[in-house]
Structure formats: C-alpha cells, structure tokens
Design a binder for this molecule. Structure first.
Ligand code: BT5
Length: 343
C-alpha cells in the first residue's frame, strides 16, 4: 500500500504555509526571496517545497526574477479541504487519504485492527485492487470516489447487513442533494441511474458469535469517470458526470455523503431499521417487481415483495411460497438496471 499523504497533520507544515502565501495573492507572483525571508527558510528549501506541491498536482508557474504563482489547485480529496465545511460530529473527523492503494476496504480493515475510532474514513484517488462482492474486481480509476468507513456498532452480527442499506440510502441522499440527479437502489447494494450502475457498496465485518468487532463499509461512486476506461464493466456502468454533462464537485459529494451517512447511522442506532427502511423503500426499484435472484449457482424467480427488518429480501414465487434472501444477484424484470429508465 502506498500512502502518499497519510493522515492529515494538524500542525501547519512549511509546505502549507507556502501554499497559504501563494493563495493569498492569486493574481501576483510572489518572489522566492520574500517567502524565504518570511518563513525563515532558504530559497532552495522554498523551491523544494514548491516541487512537492507540484507533485501533489498544484500547477505553479515560476518566472525568473518574479517568483511563483498558483495557476490551479488539484482536484484531490485532501482531508484539509474536505474538513472545510464538513458538518458532521464524528464521521470523517479522522480522515486518511492516499493517491493509490490496493483497496480502501483493506486499508480500513487494517487500521480498524490497529484501533482507529468509529467514523474514520479512508479515501484513495485510485485503487489497484478494488473489490466487489465475492472478490469480483471493482474498476477504480482516478475521478471516482473510493471510500471506506470504520464502524463499531454495539449490535448483534446478524443485524450487520442492515448497514449496507444505511449506506445505500446515504449515497442516494448525497447524490440527490449535490447533483439533483435521481438515483435508485437495486437490492442489496447497487445504485443505478437509468440502466447504469453508478455506485457499488461492499460491507465487511469482523465479529464473534454475538458481538461485532468492527464493520467496514466501502463505497465506490463513479463521479467523474470516462466509462470507456472501465473495461468489462463499461457497458453497464454509468458516471455522474455522464448524466450531468459536466464534472461533479467530488469534495462536496464526499462532505454530503459523510453528513448523510452519519445522520442515517445515528438514526439506525437510536431507532433501528424502521427509519432506514422507510427511506430505502422510497428510493428503490426492486420492490413490487418480478425479479430473478441468483445465489450460489441457483436461480430463484418471483416478485420482490418486501424487505425484512434485517434488510433481507422477501421473494414470493409463482406458487405463492415465500423465502427471504440475505445475499444474491438480482435482475429486475429481465433488465440489469431500471426498466425503461423509470421506477
Ligand atoms: C459491488 O460489488 O458493487 C461493490 C463495490 C464496492 C467498491 C468499493 S470502492 C471502495 C471500497 N474498496 C474496495 O475495494 N471496494 C469498495 P458487486 O455487486 O459484486 O459488483 C461488482 C461488479 O460490478 C463487477 O463484476 C463489474 O461487473 C461491475 N463493476 C466493476 N467496476 C465497476 C465500476 N467502476 N462501475 C460500475 N460497475 C462496475
């Protein structure tokens, strides 16, 4: 795992001071001499820090005898920038960011073992080994939001699948609030816009018989992605930018997501699944439809009649029998996504 920026340091680094200096007069060049005088460092140290900022994606113009000027800041999900305007109490208050990791879920699990608190967030610009359910690959090029959260709820392990639903309603809520788009949930963990999957959720847990040690929920949102780069997933995947016709502000979306996640999670802890199911029912396109559910090489057909308090799907088959599923692949009315683009 390569962690290029790691946990945000609360003390202001020299690099940040230089950044603040340059940002204070965005129209003007600031000479290296002046920066070195004010910060009490050598000119070559100034140059070295400017080089580091460039490596982080800042475009900084330098002109001999005039100095440095910031042309543009990178669109990275830097903790310090996400924290600006974040309205959560706990979620995201401990925020880790990396340019590239294998999987933010792996990273979060490792850190959960090391004791990070509930609400710690792990973000990467890119994943080299992003995972879906059953170790299926999750394509994670730059431009998406690849994020995992650590939770430590005091609940019975059998209630954990409900947290996937908590994440699903939070993702839908955040996408709606930030972009105005109308995504819908396909049970259990996919978010669609029209016939295209824009987000997948992967919930993993470490538990004993009657106690949860920790839960990691990974969310992959195709924010600003060129779908053609998604390999095998390209024909069925969608990106928010593709539906908006312009890039989405990823930092706003992360802030919105943390806020919705915290809100729904607190409600889940206080009142159980009822408020979550209410939101989920409004935003799903699975219930009331004829579906095919694949599980462990078997196929079950019928009407998706209801969702159980634990987040299971109640299927009524042609002969009127019912059965509850806690996992599986669902095809709705013979379609991968939302039939005819409507709910
Ligand atoms: C999922 O699995 O949908 C869960 C995906 C979770 C990804 C997040 S990203 C942050 C965190 N770190 C991780 O390593 N994972 C989580 P599943 O329902 O099994 O769907 C996987 C299938 O979706 C694949 O087999 C492809 O067909 C398709 N797929 C792969 N990449 C995709 C993408 N970027 N967009 C849409 N579909 C994709």
């Amino acid at each position: 795992m390569k962690n290029t920026s790691g946990r945000e340091n609360t003390e202001v680094t020299v690099k940040q001071k230089i950044l603040a200096f340059l940002s204070a007069s965005p129209e003007e060049y600031v000479s290296g001499g002046r920066i070195s005088q004010v910060l009490g460092i050598t000119r070559s140290a100034v140059w070295k820090h400017v080089e580091h900022l460039r490596e982080e994606g800042y475009i900084i113009d330098s002109v001999p005898r005039k100095g440095y000027k910031i042309v543009s800041a990178p669109d990275f999900l830097y903790p310090r920038e996400i924290l600006k305007g974040l309205d959560t109490e706990v979620f995201g208050r401990e925020l880790y960011h990396a340019q590239k990791v294998d999987s933010t879920n792996n990273w979060a699990k490792k850190m959960a073992e090391e004791g990070v608190p509930e609400g710690a967030i792990f973000l990467a610009e890119e994943q080299a080994g992003g995972r879906g359910r059953m170790d299926r690959p999750w394509e994670s090029p730059p431009g998406g939001i690849w994020m995992s959260i650590v939770l430590r709820p005091d609940i019975q392990p059998y209630l954990a699948p409900g947290l996937t639903l908590v994440a699903a309603v939070a993702v839908v809520g955040a996408i709606k609030a930030v972009t105005g788009l109308g995504p819908l949930i396909k049970w259990p963990n996919d978010i669609f816009i029209e016939d295209r999957k824009v987000c997948g959720i992967l919930t993993e847990m470490k538990a004993e018989m009657d106690r949860v040690n920790y839960i990691v929920i990974g969310m992959g949102i195709n924010a600003n992605i060129d779908i053609s780069t998604l390999g095998n997933a390209a024909p069925t995947a969608g990106s928010l930018s593709m539906f908006l016709g312009s890039p989405v502000d990823r930092k706003r979306l992360v802030r919105g997501l943390l806020s919705q996640l915290e809100d729904y999670y607190f409600r889940f802890r206080k009142d159980g699944m009822a408020p979550i199911l209410e939101a989920w029912r409004k935003d799903n396109f699975t219930l009331g439809r004829y579906i095919i559910l694949k599980q462990g090489g078997e196929e079950f057909k019928g009407v998706a009649e209801d969702i159980t308090p634990e987040g299971g799907l109640l299927l009524r088959d042609e002969r009127g029998g019912t059965r509850v599923f806690y996992s599986g692949e669902v095809t709705v009315g013979g379609h991968y996504g939302i039939r005819n683009g409507k709910k």
